[in-house]
Design a protein around this ligand. Sequence first.
Ligand SMILES: [Zn+2]
Length: 444
Amino acid sequence: MADTALMDKLVSLAKRRGFVFQSSEIYGGVGSVWDYGPLGVELKNNLKERWWRSMVHERDDIEGIDAAILMHSEVWEASGHVSGFTDPLVDCKTCKNRFRSDDARIKGEPGQPDAQCPVCGNKGTLTEPRMFNLMFKTFMGPVEDDASVVYLRPETAQGIYVNYLNVMQAARQKIPFGIAQIGKAFRNEITPGNFTFRTREFEQMEMQFFVKPGDDDRWFDEWRELRMQWHKDLGITPEKLRFHQHAADELAHYAKDGFDIEYQFPFGWQEFEGIHNRTDYDLSRHQECSGKKLGYVDTVNNERYVPYIVETSLGADRLALVAMVDAYREEEISGDKRVVMAFSPQISRINVGVLPLVKEDGMPEFARRIYDDVRLQYPAFYDAGGAIGRRYRRQDEVGTPYGVTVDGQTLDDNTVTVRDRDTLEQDRVGVDQLLAYLAERLGE
Ligand SMILES: [Zn+2]
């Protein structure tokens, strides 16, 4: 069951607290494009940084790159995107809306007199389905003609394939090895939606692992398990994660096997990462179209082959949405309602909020000194504005795990209260013990 009310509340919190804003909002917004606010960009950077560390820094067999968004247009002919990356679409001649031809809201056969437009309700106004390419197209240089067409990349993977020899030689890698990349990609989706789940501009975190043919099944299994474990280690609720294996008719024509990692969103189980065995399709196609040899020479075993590729492809925006949805809680405590973003400390932008109870008796100055100590160790936030209850609520909504409050007693005995976001328990802690107390809960 789709829980649209829950998504509406999350969208509203995301705006209120500065996670996600609609793009160009003062002009009425632009369809399915979103901007990350102060907390959202930190959340997304945090997730990207963890991914990069686990892929590139903690392994010897993966290198990173950052390829350009604009590529030679023949790349997209070789990859099959120019001819095959299309959806059948129909237009309404009256209201000018455009739909996928398999849109469930359309009654009747598009192109026929009895077919009804789902928006304006007119009959016989829908065109026959036409194929529509999902790539954004523009022109490079001063002349707008066919020879100067370039595309905004619809996936980051091709920037890795065309660089695979460069990277292998420069980094002195041998098969098996991988190349990782984080970057923007663009698809002119016709039915985008569900907040930041399906957007026209999005960020991918992809890793392409090059292996010897015959070793691909083993590596595929390994990457599938590693990726699932990574999400669990991030603190995502394990019961809301599952694999979905692609059936024969879901697989891309070149793919040998594919698994999605799905999350149980309020709008249903949906994919946010894919692990695919792409075989030697990509490198063979580039070899054919570019005329450059892209085979691998194994000098030890005296073999030559075109490597197989096992891909792990994760949506950065989708992962950020998973993190937000998974953290969202509504609770009622002794009659009071509250909303909590129960981020694990490793994801949360702020780990410790420091608050003076009131703005008098030297409490702000005292709190400020504690804040200056704590922030050297943990991401912290100082908040003196407004009633203490409102400030706690605010910290709950941004997901701060611990709140340190300076009150009247602090000035007498040098202790503060530490409030636990999840249990709401309050401990009285000596100021000189505070960092040790936090270290026990948040790590050094
Ligand atoms: Zn219409």
